[in-house]
Design a protein around this ligand. Structure first.
Ligand code: SAH
Length: 225
């Protein structure tokens, strides 16, 4: 299976879900970046043969790299511009952050598992993604030092929209995230903050993500929020 096949599967799934998302096709720039980002280098070596399947794959620590269609859809929904600063919660493999970083100015990404942070940081360096900054911490709290953000994306399912993330969003900004319980129904939600700081939300379609764990993270005996 090649990356072309993965791209075709994304195109087909976009068509198939058109009545839910209102999208017949995704943004050309998003699709180009999907075609040019080596997903096989973001999965464990033993799973490389499956890297271009349109499905999630395990990345260790009970976590997974998301399905390519969902990565493309969430990226499309963000309507990124080249001068945007983006916050991602749930770095995982680093794949989604790499896609975002090719379409905007700067990506800040937070991961609660130290080992995953170390691996993704190494990948970004080796592959030349030099506009991504990573941090170990509880992403429920966002990353307030670099706020406000033009866009925020959460790639783990929270049970409600985290208030700190709404706060760290610029007026005119957009947040996309899955909301729901692990074993029950989750929905992909888009949150818009207008220029008067008024919040509106829209539900897009049913999804399945690992849970957002809202616990303080312990690293080297220090609690990081
Ligand atoms: N965007 C990732 C998908 C990773 S799966 C990719 O492209 O590969 C979701 C990730 O969210 C997991 O790595 C998990 O450890 C992380 N996560 C869960 N709760 C979190 C929290 N509160 N803060 C930061 N990361 C969290």
């Amino acid at each position: 299976m090649t990356i072309d096949k993965m791209i075709n599967e994304i195109i087909n799934e976009v068509r198939y879900t058109h009545s839910l998302t209102g999208k017949k096709k995704l943004n050309d720039n998003v699709m180009k970046v999907m075609a040019n980002t080596p997903r096989e280098l973001f999965v464990p070596e033993y799973l490389r043969d499956l890297a271009f399947e349109n499905g999630p794959l395990p990345i260790g620590h009970g976590q997974s790299i998301s399905q390519p269609y969902i990565v493309a859809l969430m990226t499309d929904i963000l309507e990124l511009q080249v001068d945007h600063t983006v916050l991602e919660i749930g770095t995982g493999s680093g794949y989604q952050a790499a896609i975002l970083s090719s379409l905007c100015k700067k990506v800040y990404t937070v991961e609660r598992i130290n080992e995953l942070n170390v691996i993704s940081k190494k990948r970004f360096k080796e592959l030349g993604y030099d506009n991504i900054e990573t941090r170990v911490g509880n992403g429920y709290e966002g990353w307030k030092e670099h706020a406000p953000y033009d866009r925020i994306i959460v790639t783990a399912a929270a049970q409600h929209i985290p208030a700190p993330l709404i706060k760290q969003l610029k007026p005119g900004g957009r947040l996309v995230l899955p909301i729901g319980h692990m074993s029950l129904h989750q929905e992909l939600i888009v949150v818009n903050k207008d220029h008067n700081n008024k919040i509106t939300t829209q539900s897009i379609l049913g999804v399945s993500f690992v849970p957002l764990i809202n616990d303080p993270v312990r690293k080297h005996g220090v609690t990081i929020h």
